[in-house]
Design a protein around this ligand. Structure first.
Ligand code: CA
Length: 235
């Protein structure tokens, strides 16, 4: 049986924590509630969650201090952190992201928004957790070392293009619409235009050089990585 994703909810207001927990439970997550940093640390020492929902304003250590602490520690470093902030706290949001939060969500939020954000951070983290080597045709991508090579020759690929390539190589031969790519590669950035995908595909093609022909445009549909197609011979 597949294990439900664990969510550690760090929130000092019982009513809010209860509401979040009930909604998470109804939507296939396993929430645990901690009312402050001390209780949260105790939970983390016992079992690592898949994602942490972290309230900004907490008694004792603030959410910001906790995010910074958990980011700096090896054991908790890679757990996605979603910060809960009050409306209008723009500087706080920036500080939260600086402290290592993956995203933030402003109170009051809808259940749908919360679930979408949680799924997005989980998805975004997922390819890196595999830390595996993906091979498509003569392209090799190492997710752990962030290296890409074609016929053994290293290629320089930017961070967004890398994520895009990782996704395309994970699902080769399939046609992906721009919207699907935004959803899977960009995840939580719902306001990005589809045109952005074209920009990054163009950059990725430039990075791929002679292997660029593997990345096909499918008219009216989207993009496909043709792993089986023959690429031009190296000079
Ligand atoms: Ca609070």
């Amino acid at each position: 049986m597949k294990q439900l994703p664990r969510v550690l909810v760090v929130e000092d207001e019982p009513a809010i924590a209860e509401l979040i927990s009930v909604n998470l439970r109804h939507n296939g997550f396993a929430p645990t509630w901690a009312e402050d940093g001390v209780a949260a640390q105790r939970e983390l020492d016992a079992v690592l969650p898949d994602v942490i929902l972290l309230d900004w304003m907490l008694p004792g250590q603030s959410g910001l201090a906790l995010a910074r602490k958990w980011r700096s520690q090896e054991r908790t470093r890679s757990i996605p952190i979603l910060m809960l902030t009050a409306r209008g706290d723009e500087p706080d949001k920036v500080a939260g992201l600086d402290a290592g939060a993956d995203d933030y969500i402003t109170k009051p939020f809808s259940t749908q928004e919360l679930l979408a954000r949680i799924r997005a951070v989980l998805r975004r983290r997922a390819p890196e957790q595999g830390a595996e080597v993906v091979i498509a045709g003569e392209l090799t991508l190492d997710a752990a070392t962030h290296r890409v090579s074609w016929r053994g020759q290293p290629l320089k690929v930017g961070p967004t293009e890398f994520k895009l390539l990782l996704y395309l190589m994970t699902y080769p031969e399939r046609v992906h619409s721009r919207q699907q790519l935004l959803d899977k590669v960009w995840g939580d950035h719902v306001f990005i235009e589809e045109r952005t995908v074209d920009v990054h595909v163009k950059r990725l093609r430039e990075s791929l050089g002679a292997a660029a022909s593997m990345l096909e445009t499918v008219r009216g549909a989207g993009y496909r990585l043709a792993a089986l197609a023959t690429t031009p011979a190296a000079h």
